[in-house]
Structure formats: C-alpha cells, structure tokens
Design a protein around this ligand. Structure first.
Ligand SMILES: [Cu+2]
Length: 289
C-alpha cells in the first residue's frame, strides 16, 4: 500500500511520539548505528579512487532515496504506521520552530560543548549515545547558525536557482559541476565564506555539530532534511517533464574525467543492487503530503 510522508509541522503529537519511539528503539537495538556506518563508508570525495555513489556525484538523489527507504522499512518493522516526515527549511527557518521542540528533534546544542540538552536525543537523557562519531564526545551536538561565522538556511531564491536548471547533471559529474540541477541542489560551489554552501549542504552547515560530516546520520534530523531533498527532486522532475530524468545515461566515455567513478542511469549503486533508473519515481511506494 502506498503510504504518505508528511510535513513535520503537520504531525500530531501522537504521530511525533510514535516516530520518536521508533527511532529510539532502532538506536537501542543497535540497528540505527548500522545506518550511520553505511553513510560514513560512502562519504568519499571527488579525489578518491573508485565508484562514488552517494555524494559529489549524479546518483546523490537516487542513492539517498534508497538509503531513506531502507531506513523507513526499519522504522516500520518497529511500528508499521511510521513514515519519515520532511522538514521544509524554506518555511521553518528558526530555532523556535516546532521541529526543535521537546516532542520531536529537541533543540540546539549548549554554548560550551554544543551538547543537545533538550528532547529525546539529549545527552543527559542517556538514550542517544554516539558510537560512530568522528568527534570525541559521545553526545549529540548542534550549533545552529554557526555563531562564530554566521550562516542562514537556504533562501527560496537559492532553491529556485537550482530548480530552474533544466539539465539533471553535467560533466565533470562531481562537486565542481557548474551546470546541472544535481550539484546546485547538493550545494557544492567554488565560492568562499557563507556563499560556499548552497541548499542541501547549507542546511547541514546551519545545524552544525554532527551534521557537518560523514557521521551526520547521528543526528535524526538528517532523515527529515533528506526527506525534503527527496521531495525537491520530485518538484524538479515535475517542472522539467521533457528533460532526461537522469544523467549520464551511459558511462562517460574515454574523454570523460569520471569514467568508472560515477553510476550511469543503468549501473548499480552499492551497497544495493539497484540502478538509478529504478529509483526515478517513488509513487508506487510513498507519496508526499
Ligand atoms: Cu548523505
């Protein structure tokens, strides 16, 4: 049956509670940390050898779509009514948003050590010990707005600039691609200061703490952010119905700088035996409300 992913701001308190309880149960059983490890393992960058499927690459969207689906299935084995909500960061833009309330994600980290002190994932509550960190502390950290070098969440304009691009992705198919929707939305640029980070990347920067690196899955808001990114990919498809839905269609030729390192439309994306082509639509599995 096709299920629905809802805007987090429309969840009832009972829906929030069930989502949070399923997260806590996955964490308690150790299954949550397996997702953290998978993401760390696939967090490689442009210069690295071999196939790059998750970031700085055309399959950024389908890889994360599948990753979220795997996670959602794990949640649903705990509570079949749970789905991954999405966070529209063009609307809910402040630390006072209900997203950061005690019934959902909890709030900002404290000044001294960035430790999250409120909500279900707060350090002192003891239910969310970071095991797969790239940092010393074993508590969840956030640092909203990066006070030492302030950064805002992406604006509507910035998002619109990405969505307007009618080409899915372009050579050299990495973080230096200046053309194409994928990199404009993933958000790597050659800019400096706060202009360096766009859209998806900028949200990771604004939250800070664990959201900054490969271990970002440690912060449960990762899923709500990526659920919205997944929805944005839908909106791009709807806006450009005559564009190739995924590029490259074939592996880049000998002249391609990225031969062997990107997944073309009909090539498998590890760790699953699934091709980007199979993930171009999710409408038989779930929909967004
Ligand atoms: Cu990721």
């Amino acid at each position: 049956m096709v299920y629905t992913r809802k805007n987090q701001s429309h969840l009832t308190s009972a829906e929030k509670r069930r989502f949070v309880n399923a997260l806590l149960e996955l964490k308690r059983s150790g299954r949550y940390d397996a997702f953290v490890r998978t993401h760390i393992e696939y967090y490689v960058s442009d210069g690295d050898d071999g196939l790059r499927v998750a970031h700085m690459t055309p399959s950024f969207f389908p890889w994360h779509r599948r990753f979220l689906l795997e996670f959602e299935r794990a949640l649903q084995r705990v509570d079949s009514a749970v789905t991954v909500p999405y966070w529209d960061w063009t609307v809910d833009r402040t630390p006072g948003a209900s997203l950061w309330g005690g019934g959902l994600m909890g709030g900002n980290g404290r000044r001294s050590d960035r430790q999250v002190m409120t909500g279900p994932f707060a350090g002192p509550a003891g239910n969310w010990v970071i095991k797969e960190g790239e940092t010393d502390g074993d508590f969840l950290m956030r640092d909203f707005g990066r006070p030492h070098d302030p950064i805002d969440l992406p604006t509507e304009d910035e998002l619109a600039r990405a969505t307007r691009d009618p080409v899915y992705d372009a050579a050299p198919w990495d973080s230096t691609s200046t053309e194409g929707y994928r990199n404009k939305l993933e958000g790597w640029t050659s800019g400096s200061g706060s202009a360096k980070w766009r859209n998806h990347n900028r949200v990771h920067r604004w939250i800070g703490g664990h959201m900054l690196g490969g271990a970002s899955v440690n912060d449960p808001v990762f899923w709500l952010h990526h659920s919205f990114v997944d929805l944005l990919w839908d909106r791009w498809q709807a806006r450009h119905p005559h564009s190739e839905p995924y590029l490259p269609k074939k592996p880049p030729g000998p002249e391609g700088l990225r031969r062997g390192s990107v997944a073309a439309r009909y090539e498998a994306m590890p760790p699953w035996d699934v091709k980007p082509d199979e993930l171009l639509s999710h409408r038989r599995i779930y929909r967004y409300a």
